[in-house]
Design a protein around this ligand. Structure first.
Ligand SMILES: [Zn+2]
Length: 152
């Protein structure tokens, strides 16, 4: 359990640094065995790319580093419940386990919305562990949006 907490802490650090760059503060870390193979935060504004969510960025980085299309056996830690796009990418990458922090009733696609992994058209579902460091993950997002409101 200690190791999984450590990896989620790394994801939270990625979320905070995304927030500091003016991005929506969500972070993701990919782990294979005990090794971190990618860490990323949201980069949609920086790249003008709606697909540059933290999960997608981490998957791209890990696939490039390993020189392979899939990440069979890798585990993904992300601070917020993945959206439908990311849930699908996680499935396509054959990720083994998904650990996420806060639930996202408005935009999530795992335990909310389309519940991607429960559909018959989903051919690989990771094991899902939710609610890790949930309070911290939710606080980072809430503080970011509160600050935005004050600024605007
Ligand atoms: Zn996403």
């Amino acid at each position: 359990m200690a190791k999984t907490n450590h990896f989620m802490e790394l994801a939270l650090a990625e979320a905070r640094s995304a927030g500091a760059r003016g991005e929506v503060p969500i972070g993701a870390v990919l782990v294979l065995g005990d090794a971190v193979i990618a860490k990323a935060g949201n980069r949609t504004r920086e790249l003008n790319d709606v697909t540059a969510h933290a999960e997608i960025a981490a998957i791209r980085m890990a696939c490039e580093a390993l020189g392979q299309e899939r990440l069979t056996g890798a585990d993904l830690y992300v601070t917020l419940e993945p959206c439908t796009m990311c849930a699908a990418a996680i499935s396509f990458a054959r990720i083994r386990r998904l650990y996420y922090g806060a639930e996202d009733p408005k935009g999530g696609g795992v335990d909310n919305g389309v519940r991607f992994y429960r559909q018959p058209t989903c051919h690989h579902a990771p094991e899902v562990y939710s609610g890790m460091a949930e309070r911290d993950a939710a606080d980072i997002l809430r503080e970011f949006f509160q600050l935005k409101r004050v600024e605007n």
